[in-house]
Write a protein that binds this ligand. Structure first.
Ligand SMILES: NC(=O)c1ccc[n+]([C@@H]2O[C@H](COP(=O)([O-])OP(=O)(O)OC[C@H]3O[C@@H](n4cnc5c(N)ncnc54)[C@H](OP(=O)(O)O)[C@@H]3O)[C@@H](O)[C@H]2O)c1
Length: 333
């Protein structure tokens, strides 16, 4: 099969198309013929992990060290990147009971990667589900990463109807899903992003928008019950001005400094810092499918490019300002 392959860390130019063996599904696995597979934040980081320093990594040093071991010290262990996919079941293992050849599915392989290829295997009880009926393959392929992460992290905040929620990094994969999920929970959502993303976050349902290049939201006098910081760009010293007395500053990206702030504020009755890691379970992908089919979750596509243009797709994602998913396509979507 054809795959986007890398034998060394580096710029998008290390990616090239190579013929590799098609995987064979184990007894409990399905083989999926991939039609669409996005390039997201994780792939860009993994492609050049050797050159990502601990300070550039948006997580504590220990996480960086674990990721460095997982991705490979000097050369990549994962030659085929890609964590999300949508496609059709091409074959099933002998013990598979829920899927048959031809079923349209979407799924998530997380750090196992390998979806930027014509075929991928996944356990039938893993992060895979029938494709939402109201989405095409490209749209469905863009749902899992941002959707699963936002769903899990926002669960930790237990949003109540009527609460005011501000999302920082709102136009990215996680932020886009968070806007929609917070609205669904009944919150009034304010999305913070750069000028180019304002229309995009409004279209996703944000009631208020703030352009961080023009306005510092921590100085406008507004108070929020939850401030969700996807990239961990904020500082609690400033952000606490914008929190209600029991407000929560929820971070998807954080360093040890914020972990200590979390420990300190967890003992107080007032404003809290929460550093959260997504702990998604396979059942969550079924919830994403249901939310998509109910019209709660939209999946916006920035660009679709053929597999051969993987390097260009990485460059677009690396720019940090895509609006919606950048998707590699392998067949009609
Ligand atoms: N906790 C967890 O379990 C978990 C899981 C997965 C990922 N993560 C973390 O999530 C982060 C990636 O999130 P993502 O995939 O959503 O990223 P993404 O799709 O690359 O989006 C990031 C967004 O942030 C915006 N941005 C850039 N600079 C900003 C600034 N100064 N202020 C406000 N917004 C800014 C960009 O949009 P603009 O054009 O508007 O600037 C961009 O759309 C990583 O740090 C990763 O470590 C955490």
């Amino acid at each position: 099969m054809k795959a986007v392959f890398a034998t060394q860390y580096g710029s998008p130019d290390v990616l090239h198309i190579r013929e590799v063996a098609t995987p064979t599904p184990k007894a409990n696995e399905i083989l999926v013929r991939v039609r669409a597979a996005p390039v997201a934040f994780g792939e860009v980081i993994a492609r050049d992990f050797r050159h990502v320093s601990p300070s550039q990594f948006n997580m504590p040093m220990a996480f960086w060290a674990m990721a460095r071991l997982a991705f490979g010290l000097n050369t990549p262990k994962k030659h085929i990147l890609g964590s999300q996919f949508a496609g059709d079941v091409a074959d099933v293992g002998s013990g598979v009971t829920h899927y048959k050849r031809g079923d349209a599915v979407f799924g998530y392989r997380g750090q196992s990667m390998g979806t930027h290829a014509e075929y991928v295997c996944i356990a039938e009880d893993g992060f895979v589900a029938p494709k939402p009926a109201n989405m095409n393959y490209a749209e469905a392929s863009g749902l899992p990463y941002g959707g699963l992460t936002a769903l899990n992290l926002l669960r930790k905040a237990n949003i109540q109807p009527g609460q005011k929620v501000l999302i920082l990094g709102a136009s990215g994969s996680i932020g886009s899903a968070a806007i929609q999920l917070a609205r669904h929970a009944g919150a009034q959502v304010t999305a913070v992003c750069s000028s180019a993303g304002l229309a995009y976050v409004k279209a996703l349902g944000a009631e208020h928008t703030i352009d961080y290049t023009k306005e510092d939201f921590t100085r406008n006098g507004q108070k929020y019950d939850l401030i969700f910081d996807v990239l961990g760009k904020g500082s609690f010293a400033e952000i606490q001005r914008s929190l209600t007395p029991n407000g929560v500053y929820l971070l998807a990206s954080f360093k040890m400094k914020q972990v200590f702030q979390m420990l300190r504020t967890s003992r107080s009755t007032g404003k809290k810092v929460v550093c959260a890691l997504s702990s998604e379970k396979p059942a969550d992908i079924l919830e994403l499918k249901a939310l998509a089919e109910a019209g709660v979750l939209k999946s916006i596509i920035d660009t679709c490019l053929p597999l051969e243009q993987a390097a260009e797709a990485h460059r677009m994602v690396e720019s940090g300002h895509k609006k919606g998913s950048v998707i590699l396509t392998l067949a009609a979507v």
